[in-house]
Ligand binder design. Sequence first.
Ligand SMILES: Cc1cc2nc3c(=O)[nH]c(=O)nc-3n(C[C@H](O)[C@H](O)[C@H](O)COP(=O)(O)OP(=O)(O)OC[C@H]3O[C@@H](n4cnc5c(N)ncnc54)[C@H](O)[C@@H]3O)c2cc1C
Length: 407
Amino acid sequence: MSTNHESSRAAPELEAFRGEVRAWLQDNCPESLRKRWPDPFAEFSVLRTLRKGDSAIWLEAMIEKGWTAPTWPREYGGGGLSRHQNAILKDEMARINAPPPLLGMGLSMIGPTLLDLGTEAQKKAHLPKIITGDTRWCQGYSEPNAGSDLANIQTKAEDRGDHFIINGSKTWTSGGHLATWMFCLVRTGKYEKKQQGISFVLFEMDQPGITLKPIRLISGDSPFCETFFDNVKALKENVIGKVDEGWSVAKRLLQHERSSIGESPGQPSGENSRVPQLVKLAKHYLGEDKGRIANPELRTDIIRHLINTKAFKLTIKRAFDEAKVGASSGDTTSMFKFYGSENVQAKHELMLEVMGSNALAWEGEDFSDTELETLRIWLGAKAATIYGGSSEIQLNIIAKRVLGLPE
Ligand SMILES: Cc1cc2nc3c(=O)[nH]c(=O)nc-3n(C[C@H](O)[C@H](O)[C@H](O)COP(=O)(O)OP(=O)(O)OC[C@H]3O[C@@H](n4cnc5c(N)ncnc54)[C@H](O)[C@@H]3O)c2cc1C
């Protein structure tokens, strides 16, 4: 039976590759992990040193193949796969519900930015440790008065020869309490326009002068922090791009962030499998009528959602192909971010509708794991249209830079 990327027209070498991948995954992905995985950010993005049991075995096997960063060059420890090979790998992993072995801002944000704009020395210093999960990264962009208006940052860095000394604060630092490194926007120079005089620096989190204050959520979790800097040191060798010209680096990273949010790597892989999770759930909760979801209205809504999702994936594929031949700008990532995050929210709304009051439980033995998880994921997905730049900001970018509308 064919899957998303399988095609009778696939080149023979790609078919052979699919066979190798399938056999390798069969041998190396522990059975215990082949299930719908819960909150991926809690389970799959922690440091290698914190891994235990089957999750550690899976990570080590994937590192060995370079498949924690499948498309990154082999010289840094990546898999060196082409985009088509990577699509096959993802497809085969989804087929058996294999979880991604590693997630985080290293792989989705700073790594790709270093590949684009880092020096050779910076790539060699940082990429291999991202690929192995030996470093974990956090993002020092937002400040109390710099969210949507990011160029308004005030955190200062003073030039001390071979290093900068940083003072100020950041907020909403996701995973700051687990991070070993931060990529950070700081003010280093004078400016007429606020986008000038900003530098993009990297520094270690385990040093004197960094204080983290957890921000507690209504759920009781604290996935992010306020971060305070009191004479924190950043070596100049860890400035990406030119000093005072970090805004263009910051924007490039945001494009990677937005495209990864749009593609939703953190979504349970069940959605990629042949029978989408929504359909399975709907049949379970609403019953079946001749093999179809029994409730005609929700059936139509679900089909419409699945068609939209398919069309969105094809649009991403087309945009990648266009980008390869220079026919589209990086700003199209704002379209992925906008539509991808709105679409994820739509999916979770539908899940709630399908499950009804079963999905409104916070705890209790009478409820299944899926039921307890659904409410939390629905709430968590609310943030997707805010982080990485809100939907309104993406629409502004699309209007100006993709559609070329007047200011
Ligand atoms: C779960 C989560 C994790 C995050 N993690 C990080 C992180 O790790 N590191 C980090 O640096 N930041 C992080 N952020 C912060 C995030 O980048 C900001 O919340 C986001 O950029 C919006 O900024 P703000 O919260 O200051 O809202 P504001 O900028 O104050 O915006 C408030 C509202 O006004 C609207 N608005 C603002 N300006 C305009 C405009 N010009 N046109 C139209 N509408 C406008 C916005 O769309 C929004 O609805 C995270 C946020 C969340 C929710």
